[in-house]
Design a protein around this ligand. Structure first.
Ligand code: C2E
Ligand code: C2E
Length: 163
């Protein structure tokens, strides 16, 4: 039964959690915690990787990066495949400035350790109990920050304050 449950919440390629499971973790955190950070990660130039090396290598890059993320966050942190070449990490009870430090660690590790060398961009958002917030708005802010990271030249993390 445990195996079956694991299968249901796991993304088959990356072996990270599914997006649905991440959603549930964030919703649970929003009910019981006072705040948390969301990190959205997108593999830079992924289409070019696929076109240059083929889809097999593209898939392998997703797996390499997923393993790097898992090895560089704590057990309580939740890493998921967000879709395609987008991955995400949720950090319960973690401030925006600490999340930025963690995202920078992930960006750096990926640049140093992937073969062929690949980079990621990251957008970070934060929710706290004081604001009227929702998962949708949290995701939207991370997406805006990710867009900004791409615009500033990729291979970096950008935070999005609540407004
Ligand atoms: P863990 O807590 O599950 O963390 C897994 C990995 O996430 C760590 O692997 C590290 O790469 C990254 N990480 C987690 N927290 C931090 C942090 O505060 N700063 C930085 N720079 N990286 C962090 P690592 O270092 O190989 O550690 C493996 C495990 O050893 C950790 O698993 C944890 O259980 C334990 N550990 C290592 N150092 C400490 C420590 O200073 N205090 C405690 N309480 N446990 C530690
Ligand atoms: P640091 O790496 O500068 O991290 C500062 C604080 O950020 C940590 O304080 C923790 O509250 C938060 N933090 C850092 N990485 C992670 C993470 O992957 N997940 C989560 N949930 N929070 C994270 P803390 O716990 O007092 O640790 C102080 C310092 O101890 C860290 O400074 C780091 O130098 C070291 N450390 C603690 N645990 C680990 C570990 O597992 N691995 C390594 N390599 N260093 C660790």
């Amino acid at each position: 039964r445990d195996e079956l449950e694991k299968l249901v919440v796991t993304d088959h390629l990356s072996k990270l959690y599914s997006r649905k499971h991440l959603d549930q973790c964030i919703e649970e955190s929003m009910r019981k915690d006072s705040g948390g950070s969301f990190i959205l990660l997108d593999i830079d130039n992924f289409k070019r990787i696929n076109d240059t090396y083929g889809h097999q290598v593209g898939d392998d890059i997703i797996i390499q990066i997923s393993n790097l993320i898992k090895g560089n966050i704590r057990l309580n942190d939740v890493a998921a495949r967000w879709g395609g070449e987008e991955l995400a990490v949720y950090l319960p009870c973690t401030t925006l400035s600490i999340a930025k430090r963690i995202a920078n660690r992930l960006v750096k590790r990926v640049e140093e350790e992937t073969i062929p060398k690949t980079t990621i961009s990251s957008g970070i958002s934060f929710w706290s109990q004081e604001q009227q917030d929702s998962t949708e708005k949290l995701f939207k802010r991370a997406d805006l920050a990710l867009y900004e990271a791409k615009k500033r030249g990729k291979n970096q993390a950008v935070i999005q304050e609540y407004k």
